[in-house]
Design a protein around this ligand. Structure first.
Ligand SMILES: [Zn+2]
Length: 474
């Protein structure tokens, strides 16, 4: 059994002015996928390794993945689609295609990038070859995606710690269909709801119960895979919203339809139960609470400028707020500002530099930098990103020369920072990664302005399907 495996993952924020080019993607063609160290344990590896374990021959084709950011440039999207479609066409005889896609990708002129990719792929391989996709939990279901793929399996954890398992589930779904010679089918039910990831962590209700419901439905006869796709609220898309998607064999279509309807109904019934699973407050209130907290460190998420949901990561508002308060032992990681990194590098460790750091107003058309005199603690490069560690009074700021998710505290430790010496650690993040959760004596989500503003009612949506909860009374 020969299965082509390919992947394309990007979560697209349409509110940022950033654009995403091909150079922003890590790309691997063919077996080079095995050499990308950061992809070990990801959904790509889960699909490839599980197919091999099941005795199939996985044929790696083309893989591309980038940090969430703005719309993908049209030429970059074309190049990646060609990489996948031409690669699969050149594989020789195949029994199936296993893909790992994000599901909330937008390219210039194309709101439904996964639907477009799957339609092209379907046209190339014909209707008989089974195509199964692993998806991010924050995928946005569209009619084209459902029509042109035969089966789906989405992550069931947020933060996402089941990427590998999801790749494995997609691989098993496809392998089972090919081995049995049965045709797969999907049924789905849209849920007219806009939901931020910070209100839908799977460690808290109602998500915990909803994830249990997926597993229950999969135990029912006929259902091979059940998923909730939660959509992506920082995209103004005509496809926006949540969905229940159920895959199984074509002869069980009626059962699949009923299962999708049951799941969507259950999710909708819980719509008022979703709330921030971390304590959340506007910035000044969040800083007041952090100051009063005797346990240290407090870890505060600058949630409006979260690069893991596509924000520009250059808003310096929190730095100014901390300086205004004369904060001590405070750390901010990381503000993206290549010019400031250069200025620090030129000043050298122990030198002083005058920075124009980031932007104070994320919504202003022109520049609004924070003028800041700093003492350079050090500069250094970790995983290919160059950082400057700079101190201004009691505030230490980590500045990066490109957008980066400082998702892992070991990056800061590699820069010589001893995290336990800080009372307050501000990270550009939404919900915290498990490693930061473990570090935090108290975690607070600061509801700050920016490309990933958590207060969805403040976002200038124009193209969403309406009515939609909670923007409209439903
Ligand atoms: Zn996600």
């Amino acid at each position: 059994m020969r299965i082509a495996v390919a992947g394309l993952m990007h979560e697209t924020n349409t509110f940022t002015s950033l654009r995403t080019g091909l150079a922003d993607f890590t790309v691997a063609e063919g077996s080079a996928v095995h050499g990308v160290a950061r992809w070990k344990g990801t959904v790509f590896a889960g699909a490839l390794e599980t197919l091999a374990k099941l005795g199939a021959e996985p044929v790696p084709v083309y893989f591309a993945r980038a940090l969430p950011s703005g719309q993908i440039e049209a030429e970059a999207f074309e190049a990646m689609c060609r990489g996948i479609a031409d690669g699969i066409a050149g594989c020789g005889p195949l029994d199936g295609v296993c893909l790992a896609l994000h599901g909330s990708m937008c390219a210039e002129g194309c709101d439904d990038a996964e639907g477009e990719l799957l339609a092209r792929l379907r046209a190339a391989v014909g209707s008989a070859l089974p195509v199964v996709c692993a998806l991010d939990m924050h995928a946005t279901a569209t009619a084209a995606m459902i029509a042109h793929a035969d089966g789906f399996a989405a992550y069931r954890t947020a933060p996402h710690v089941d990427e590998y398992d999801t790749g494995a589930r997609a691989a098993r779904l496809l392998h089972g269909a090919v081995a049995s010679g049965r045709k797969l089918a999907n049924e789905w039910a849209a849920i007219p709801m806009l939901l931020a990831g910070e209100q839908s962590e799977t460690g808290a209700e109602p998500m915990r119960e909803l994830m249990d419901a997926l597993r229950r439905e999969e135990d029912a006869p006929g259902v091979r895979s059940a998923s909730f796709l939660l959509g992506f609220p920082w995209a103004d898309s005509p496809h926006g919203g949540c969905a229940a998607v159920v895959s199984g064999y074509a002869e069980d279509r009626e059962r699949l339809r009923q299962a999708a309807a049951r799941l969507a109904e259950l999710f909708w019934a819980k719509r008022r139960d979703f709330a921030f699973s971390t304590e959340a407050a506007p910035l000044e209130k969040a800083l007041d609470r952090a100051e009063r907290e005797p346990r240290k460190p407090v870890v505060l998420s600058d949630a409006g400028d979260n690069p893991t949901a596509g924000a520009s990561q250059d808003v310096s508002l929190v730095v100014r707020a901390l300086l205004d308060r004369q904060a001590r032992r405070a750390l901010v990681a990381a503000v993206c500002d290549p010019g400031s990194v250069q200025a620090c590098a030129a000043a050298g460790s122990g030198g002083s530099a005058d920075l124009l750091l980031g932007r104070l107003d994320p919504y202003a058309a022109g520049p609004t930098p924070l003028p800041l005199r700093v003492r350079v603690v050090r500069t250094g490069t970790v995983h290919g990103v160059t950082y400057a560690v700079a101190a201004a009074a009691g505030v230490t700021v980590v500045v990066s020369d490109r957008r980066v998710a400082v998702y892992d505290p070991t990056i800061l430790e590699a820069l010589g920072l001893e995290l336990e010496t800080f009372d307050l650690i501000v990270v550009k993040s939404g919900y915290l990664s498990p490693a930061y959760k473990a570090l935090a004596a108290r975690a607070i989500l600061a509801l700050t302005p920016g490309d990933t503003n958590e207060l969805l009612a403040e976002l200038p949506y124009r193209r969403l399907p309406r009515p939609i909860f909670p923007l409209d009374a439903m």
